[in-house]
Design a protein around this ligand. Structure first.
Ligand code: G3H
Length: 330
């Protein structure tokens, strides 16, 4: 089944809000992660929201983010077509208006996050509003996520040293003035490697933001960034307060590298020659006693294990977030 646009994604968020589950919005650093994620979501009859950051698009496009999006869009669509679940694509942490316009013109993403959260309030409102107006002018079938508050840690090589919690009354003004479809809030999570026990998580604040928005007639789905260090029980508590998109990146990056590392460490001599061997790599295939073992070093061997591990991790996460068994498209 091909991947879908913003209007279908909005229906998934409606279900999520009504039924109290969340979509794990999963960043793709490279294609094996994407394939593992689709397999894991399909195994659990969960719809899937993939994410590409600017850095990931640039990486996929050999330094050209537009080429990267086009390439990954085609790749995702072909693989998604093999499965019976809804697959969506969010553009994560975007700030370049030129690139955002290209995303809308290509018609590939289901949603786009404009991230001006590091700017003063008025500037954040102005930039977020500009993207919402761009969507309206182009009649693009895409949801717009904007962020209020600041999350600590490193995301896509950008570091925020401090966290600023989202203010509930300001959230109402922000949603009202920007017209954003989703609101990312800062309630104590942290981008990158974070220990759940050290986070100053504020589910009470998420609840207050949700309630204050509702009191003003706003049913805006909330987004939790920086969830890799959040423990399952902590996440489930957050999901009770209108959070229905949960961003995860670092966990998959770690699983990717750890899986390859374990494989190669287990059979290191299949790849690295004994110390007394002439280290000239050119001779390893034709003129030496020792040869590497292709059954191990073929990149597809590690690639398959990575896909399998990511599938298992994501399948488990769909149980934690409650999206398992809720696919609208299965
Ligand atoms: O937008 C991406 C996420 O907020 C990533 O957070 O690296 O802690 O998983 P994470």
């Amino acid at each position: 089944m091909p991947f879908y646009g913003g209007s279908e994604l909005a229906t998934v968020y409606d279900d999520a809000l009504t039924e109290g589950f969340g979509l794990i919005a999963s960043n793709i650093a490279e294609p094996n992660i994407m394939m593992g994620l689709i397999e894991g979501a399909a195994r659990k009859d969960s719809d899937l929201l993939l994410q590409l950051s600017g850095g990931a698009s640039t990486f996929a496009g050999n330094e050209d983010p537009v080429d990267g999006l086009r390439t990954m869009g085609t790749y995702i669509e072909a693989i998604a077509d093999q499965y019976d679940i809804g697959v969506f694509l969010n553009m994560d942490h975007q700030s370049d208006l030129g690139f955002i316009e290209a995303q809308m013109d290509l018609g590939i993403p289901s949603s786009i996050m404009i991230d001006a959260s590091h700017e003063p309030f008025e500037e954040n409102v102005a930039r977020s509003r500009e993207v919402v107006e761009m969507k309206q002018d182009k009649d693009a079938d895409v949801l717009i996520e904007a962020e209020l508050g600041q999350i600590k840690g490193v995301e896509d090589n950008i570091e925020a040293a401090e966290a600023f919690y989202t203010d509930p009354e300001q959230a109402v003004e922000f949603v009202d003035r920007t017209g954003c479809d989703l609101l990312a809030i800062s309630v104590g999570t942290q981008h990158g490697v974070a220990k759940g026990k050290n986070l100053e998580l504020r589910p009470d604040l998420a609840q207050e933001i949700r309630q204050t928005l509702r009191d003003h007639g706003l049913d805006t789905p909330l987004v939790l960034h920086g969830s890799s260090g959040v423990q399952p029980e902590q996440l489930q508590e957050m999901l009770q307060h209108g959070i229905c998109k949960v961003n995860k990146d670092t966990r998959y990056q770690y699983e990717y590298t750890r899986t390859a590392f374990d494989l190669y460490r287990e059979d290191g001599t299949a790849i690295v020659p004994p110390e007394d061997t002439n280290a000239n790599r050119e001779t390893f295939f034709n003129d030496t006693e020792w040869s590497p073992n292709k059954d191990v070093f073929d990149p597809r061997v590690a690639g398959r294990e990575i896909r399998g591990r990511i599938a298992d991790v994501h399948a488990e996460l769909t149980e934690v977030s409650g999206s398992a068994g809720h696919s609208r498209f299965a």
